[in-house]
Design a protein around this ligand. Sequence first.
Ligand SMILES: [Zn+2]
Ligand SMILES: [Zn+2]
Length: 148
Amino acid sequence: MFPSTNFRELCHRHQLAATHQRQVIYETVTSLSGHPSPELIYEKVREKIPSISLATVYKNIRTFLDSGMLREVSLHHGSLRVEPNQRPHHHLVCIHCKSITDFDEAGLDPVRLRAKPPRGFQVQRIAVDVLGICAKCASKAAHKPRKV
Ligand SMILES: [Zn+2]
Ligand SMILES: [Zn+2]
C-alpha cells in the first residue's frame, strides 16, 4: 500500500517524508473523535500495524506536531493530547475528570487583547479554556452523599 495523493501532498507542504506508517498514524488520528492521547492512538494504529511500537507512534506524533500537520490540544493539560478538530474552537474542561469538549468559536464573543502583550510576543491565535464540571461528574456528585 502506498500513501494516497492527498496525504503525500499534505506531507510535501509540511516538508515531511510520506511513509505508509505515517499515513496510518495520521489517518487514525483524524478519524478519532475527542482529544486522543498517544496511548489511545497507539492502540488504534496497532490494529492496522501490529508490529508498531508506542515509541514509534510517539515519535511520529511529535513530528506531525512540530511540522504543524497536527496540533496539540493545550500545553497545560499535563499530558499530551492531539487535536483532530481543524475548525477554530475553544474547550470546555472538566476540573474533575479533565475531560475536554470542543466548543465552537462562534459560541463565544470574539476575544481581543485589551493590553499589549509583552514586547516581542507574537499572538498566533487565542484559545479559551472554559473550566467547569461535566454532566457525568455533576450527576455522580449529586448521587453520592458528601461527607463533611
Ligand atoms: Zn468530568
Ligand atoms: Zn478540541
